[in-house]
Ligand binder design. Sequence first.
Ligand SMILES: *[C@@H]1O[C@H](CO)[C@@H](O)[C@H](O)[C@H]1NC(C)=O
Ligand SMILES: *[C@@H]1O[C@H](CO)[C@@H](O)[C@H](O)[C@H]1NC(C)=O
Ligand SMILES: *[C@@H]1O[C@H](CO)[C@@H](O)[C@H](O)[C@H]1NC(C)=O
Ligand SMILES: *[C@@H]1O[C@H](CO)[C@@H](O)[C@H](O)[C@H]1NC(C)=O
Length: 502
Amino acid sequence: MPPPPLSPLLLTLSVGLAAASSPGLVLLLADDLGYGDPGCFGHPSSRTPNLDRLAAEGRRFSDFYSAASVCSPSRAALLTGRYPTRSGVFPGVFYPGSRGGLPLNETTIAELLRQQGYVTAMVGKWHLGYGSNGSYLPIHQGFDEFLGVPYSHDQGPCQNLTCFPPDTKCYGKCDQGVVLLPLVKNNKVIQQPVDFPTLTPLYDRFARDFILGAAKQHKPFFFYYASHHTHYPQFASADFTGQSKRGPVGDALMEFDGSVGVIMKALKDAGVENNTLVFFTSDNGPELMRRSRGGNAGLLKCGKGTTYEGGMREPAVAYWPGKITPGVTHELASTLDILPTIATLSGAKLPPVKLDGYDMRDVLFNNGKSKRETMFYYPVTPSRKLGVFAVRYGQYKAHYFTQGSTHSDSTPDRDCHWDSLLTSHNPPLLFDLEADPSENYPLSSSDISNYSWIIKQIHEEKVKFESGMEFGESQIERGIDPALEPCINLGCSPRPVCCRQT
Ligand SMILES: *[C@@H]1O[C@H](CO)[C@@H](O)[C@H](O)[C@H]1NC(C)=O
Ligand SMILES: *[C@@H]1O[C@H](CO)[C@@H](O)[C@H](O)[C@H]1NC(C)=O
Ligand SMILES: *[C@@H]1O[C@H](CO)[C@@H](O)[C@H](O)[C@H]1NC(C)=O
Ligand SMILES: *[C@@H]1O[C@H](CO)[C@@H](O)[C@H](O)[C@H]1NC(C)=O
């Protein structure tokens, strides 16, 4: 039997008296990594020994969801426990010169934990806005320290960068007409362009120093490691180049896995492994348009940019030796549930806003039932008019609308492609995800009357959810001002070309 979780009362008392006994939290987020990519989720040629160990000794989730099928909204949901429609992080994603960002009045996990005396740091991809003078950076959202790139690493011209292997040019062009990709320390650009072959080793050193430093100060800590892997264009440092059996995407994944190993060793060396919850997942499904250089959704349908399972069901693992017994859970859970769970574990008060997550301690510690019964799937461009495109309720999923996406082009399944235009379904396309996780065989087409009860039930859940959904003002529609793009040479001209380290 695992020891029972500490009661919230005990934890509340311990804060301030012996803050270091509050559990640490390490959040490992991969980028565009699919359900079928890690070895522990069945990929035959990926090499992910560290993730595989976490899965073997921790709890692996079979039915874990992100709240969006692209980066910015998915990350907003992870850090706030709220659907991104509420915070206004839609439609699509932020650009280097975006005026908007995750609103500063949203409460992030980092802010919640900092109030509890935690030290907090983030490494890697932010993608929740840069704004005027970096006013939307992580250091304004509860993180004491930040080292990383404020957006996706394809959001800058790639032709002058080195990528993979370390002495070759990046594959593809990425975004043109914007500044070279910046590396930011707290709120200062320290490198432009980013040097990919040395980037992950830099992150790894930061991670180790932060964890050992927090332990030395006897402070509880939150470390958010948002890797760039395995997003396009794939890169890896010398240690991982050519080391996987899977080509560029396999090497990128292997480098991510290597960072997991570095972080786990730091926790052990700091003596805090048994008092730290380590949670691994991915932001959204694989970008199938990159063909074999993209990720893999395994047996799930389509990938990034879609509301099929491959777009939003993610690999996920929770690890905490002595607290979480090894095994697999088939319970429904989501990135939305992390904030409420860590709030209880740390004794923090929930923010006074409408949250969309559930405390998942029962699933983590007692192999129990999830409080979550539903998952709602918004498209990349959500609207009040169309509402959610799909609803999962228990084992069933109903699609009210389906649509392909450029991100999922080039799979043999035409439903995933960009030219599979918006289609409404009335009655909804219904799938039993337990019998048919690949969404191959809609139930409603065979005999609708047998399933009318479940369609009715799902409809009621949908109406209830949507009547409580208040859309925030769109942060992405605030538009772009190229003058806001991060630049290492303040006040230089002409932009964007002058924004290069000399
Ligand atoms: C943040 O401020 C905006 C603008 O005043 C408001 O509409 C929104 O509801 C606020 N959000 C939160 C979470 O307080
Ligand atoms: C950005 O910060 C610099 C230096 O602090 C200041 O001179 C400049 O006016 C600021 N720009 C904006 C748009 O706030
Ligand atoms: C951590 O927990 C594991 C499993 O319960 C145990 O074997 C190990 O001795 C513990 N390590 C420390 C440093 O307490
Ligand atoms: C629908 O229900 C009827 C009566 O219970 C049953 O005979 C039939 O096989 C069912 N059809 C399907 C597709 O399950």
